[in-house]
Design a protein around this ligand. Sequence first.
Ligand SMILES: [Cu+2]
Length: 368
Amino acid sequence: MQLVTIIVPIDGCKLFIIEVDTTTTIPYPVDSFTLNVAQRCSFLCNLTDLDPTYNASRVKSIYIRIQATLSVYPQDVTSFIPPYENQCYPYPTFYNPLYLAFLSLDSTNSTPTYLATLATPILSNVTPPLDTNILDARPLFRNANGVPNATHYLAIAVGFGVGPSGFGDATVNGVSYSSDANYMHMRDDPPTGFTSDLYEPLLYQMVRKTNQLAISSPLLEAGNDLPVIQSDANGHYLIPYLACVDIYITNPIGGEHPFHLHGHNFWIVSTSDYPEAEFLYAEDFMQRDTVSVPAGGWAKIRFVADNPGAWFMHCHIEWHMADGLAVALIVSPDQLLTNGYTIPQSGQRQCEALQRFNTTYDPVIPSN
Ligand SMILES: [Cu+2]
């Protein structure tokens, strides 16, 4: 399970990245790579090119290191020893920020003979930014027509803090996304507009009240050349069919957030760690499905809204999402109908069953 950003090197090995988030890349060498929650990566390593130090000492296996970023831990974990066990390298203990595996160089499958604490090549020869999102990754297969120009714009401002109740409180453009099943039946169904409080997925609401969603079409706004995607102030953003949308995610407070979009892959245009990527790699941006938005920085992504439906876009750190760090992109209700989508009976029955269950076994008892 991956909880935080991790950095992965293998002692003495160059790693040739060949894939990120299912996009095949031109192989490129790194000493280590960074992954945020939900991101994936494949690599090759050629053991005949192992660093001579390891060959000279005739080691039979080497460490694969999975180093969590320390800044996300609430305490000094490097000297933290859980009360019920002793810290014991190289085997991982609870809350250990460095996890180790080993790669056997022969058939003996023996553990490394050198101490894990001695060889720590992590970060020694890697130049920031470490973000493999865009640093050197180039797509192996290029889009024949390049990357289309944006036709629309959407700004996503992340807010993060502690709410009045003492729990985490996350917002996007000032809205904390919510769909609280406990309280659904205590609210009336508004005649127009989306609600997250109904026993009905957003997708079904798109079909049932196609022309009553109470979200404006994109508008030209001061300071923007492109029409700006609008929302209903409840975290639902209406996107026209085949719009090519630049989403600019700003993250002024707190740590990194790995933003994941459902239903579409996006191009990573640039981030605050690497703003020149927009110009260096125009026509040739990498496609991923999760972008790591730097702490105190921003990321700019682009996607073509060619998949009608209601698509979640959210931070993939689960408790951040639970705190409301999410939006729903409502891609073309009209095209959804044109494509012939209808609400399946089985889905309808499932919603009704959930409603019956919750109203029968109501976990919410109003206080007097
Ligand atoms: Cu987050």
